[in-house]
Design a protein around this ligand. Structure first.
Ligand SMILES: [Zn+2]
Length: 184
């Protein structure tokens, strides 16, 4: 699949999800073939929120999505490294930074919540992003935009892949009630 086809595949999968017509569960009989390796067509950096599992919302089965989940879908050395692996080892041509409505991590950053040194560090990543990107009314979308810039700023591999059109980076926002993913 080329990059446009991947985008269309994600959109069509999301349409099936919104209509409660997921089909991915019918394609779980490929476990043996996956022993030979994986070739996911997209890598998704998204929040850990239990309401936003990428495989469901894009109606994908085993081996189709390379998923990196962390609260607030932040760009850290670990999440960027995972995206680098998807691009440089698995040849994944599409990266998606996916935020979602009512993200608790983004709310915590806005409310300047302080919980523990570890959580404070994670929230700090989002606070920095919201200071730097402020062109949307919706802070979750600003966070997505910031993260999508930061992953190439922090990674030569990703920057070069994007510049040479080896990879495209999509920014997305998930609506909790409708299940619709907006590409922003
Ligand atoms: Zn979240």
């Amino acid at each position: 699949m080329n990059q446009n086809e991947v985008r269309e595949r994600l959109i069509s999968g999301n349409k099936r999800f919104q209509a409660n017509k997921n089909t991915a569960h019918q394609r779980l009989d490929n476990k043996k073939s996956l022993l030979q390796g994986q070739k996911p067509f997209a890598a998704i950096l998204c929040c850990s929120d239990s309401r936003v599992p990428p495989e469901y919302i894009f109606d994908c089965a085993l081996g189709e999505l390379f998923v990196i989940r962390v609260a607030g879908n932040v760009a850290t050395p670990e999440t960027v490294a995972s995206l680098e692996y998807a691009v440089s080892v698995l040849n994944t041509g599409v990266l998606v930074v996916l935020g979602h409505e009512k993200c608790g991590a983004v709310s915590a950053a806005l409310d300047k919540v302080r919980l523990s040194p570890n959580l404070n560090q994670l929230i700090h990543h989002i606070e920095i992003g919201l200071e730097k990107v402020n062109d949307e009314k919706n802070p979750v979308k600003n966070n997505v935009k910031y993260v999508s810039q930061k992953i190439t700023k922090d990674s030569e591999i990703l920057a070069e892949a994007q510049n040479s059109n080896q990879v495209s980076i999509l920014k997305a926002y998930y609506n909790l009630e409708s299940g619709h993913v907006d590409f922003i």
